[in-house]
Design a protein around this ligand. Structure first.
Ligand code: TLP
Length: 348
């Protein structure tokens, strides 16, 4: 049976060119900072993000953690969006490893209201933890791949600056945000102190993420990375496909956005399925199967039997993600399978 995998853009496999680049990468020991391929990728990443320096890390989770640890001290408060990936899906590392307190606040479609951020800052008083960091997620995964605009980032940054807080951006899919807004990614990073982005999602690399910020920040992050076991040696085999990703894989994200839009618009026409098209801004599509009288887990399982893989996000919501390797005809096939499953459920 033909299988269309819409669970995540993390399932993308490296291109032939990436595999060739891995094979022929010039290597050295990166803990001695002697891997020329890593050094080149880090320079490229810093330049792309408009920051002084950048660091290759093993994953988005590690990148967010080393960034957060570099901005804070034990017992500090960190302000995060309540549905953020860091708060929900990164195993509580910031509390377990950083000894940090977390203050989740609810955004609108993933976007923090600067007034809510300001209210969440602990008073400077002997009784309270010190609030030292606010995190922004862009695009926002659980909100449906929604984009946080430069103005919205600047508004949060102004509050942070007024109160002496740092701003970190979980930009796992920051290039999706830049492509959706048709702007240079630096417009999204101008008002953050640090940013993490992933190579291993829509950019199709097998592994790796980068963090970028000031030289001082990156040196702290490098030490935390070492402590977390992320000091890699001939890491050029990871960096080599990353270079290709930054050179060649960003513009094609547009196709993923087009396919997500097509999928979402067809889902909106399907009886029993609810979808908020306003949230479909990049490559993520979230929809609700509540009115069909099934759980998302049941729907996902049935859809799997009809050749389409997806992920339940909560009891009623399902997530589909478009990525390289998913063409328009795969979306049409997915729609056909969804229609079949909906009909089967409605007939029982
Ligand atoms: N997200 C993954 C899974 O965790 C669900 C996905 O398929 O979407 N920040 C954001 C916004 C993310 O979406 C992810 C991964 C991460 C951080 C963590 O990256 P990794 O998986 O490399 O640790």
């Amino acid at each position: 049976m033909r299988v269309v995998d819409l669970r995540s853009d993390t399932v993308t496999l490296p291109t032939k060119e990436m595999l060739e680049a891995i094979r022929s990468a010039e290597l050295g020991d990166d803990v001695f900072r002697e891997d020329p391929t890593v050094n080149r990728l880090e320079e490229m990443a810093a330049q792309k993000m408009g920051k002084e320096s950048a660091l290759l890390v093993t994953s988005g989770t590690q990148g967010n953690l080393v960034s957060i640890l570099s901005h804070t001290g034990r017992g500090d408060d960190v302000i995060l969006e309540a549905d953020s990936h860091t708060y929900n899906f990164e195993t509580g590392g910031l509390s377990a490893i950083g000894g940090l307190m977390v203050k989740p606040i609810r955004g609108r479609m993933g976007v923090l209201d600067p007034n809510d951020v300001e209210k969440a800052i602990s008073p400077k008083d002997i009784h309270h933890p010190e609030t030292t960091l606010v995190c922004i997620e862009n695009t926002h995964n659980l909100a449906g791949g929604t984009v946080v605009s430069p103005n919205q980032i600047e508004a949060v940054w102004k509050v942070a600056e007024k109160h002496g807080l740092a701003v970190h951006m979980d930009g796992a899919r920051i290039f999706n945000a830049a492509i959706a807004l048709n702007i240079d990614v630096r417009e999204l990073t101008r008002h953050v102190d640090s940013v993490m982005f992933c190579l291993s999602k829509g950019l199709s690399c097998p592994v790796g993420s980068l963090v970028a910020g000031s030289r001082e920040f990156v040196e702290k992050a490098r030490k935390w990375r070492k402590m977390l076991g992320g000091g890699m040696r001939q890491a050029g085999i990871i960096a080599a496909p990353g270079i290709i990703a930054l050179e060649k894989m960003i513009d094609r994200l547009r196709e993923d956005h087009r396919n997500a839009r097509l999928l979402a618009e067809e889902l909106a026409k399907t009886e029993g399925i609810s979808i908020n098209l306003e949230t479909v801004q990049t490559n993520i599509v979230m929809f609700d199967v509540r009115n069909l009288g099934v759980t998302s887990a049941e729907f996902v399982q049935r859809l799997g039997e009809h050749g389409v893989k997806s992920l339940p996000r909560n009891e009623k919501t399902i997530r589909m993600v478009t990525h390289r390797g998913i063409e328009r005809e795969d979306i049409e096939y997915a729609i056909g399978s969804i229609d079949k499953v909906v009909n089967l459920i409605q007939r029982r």
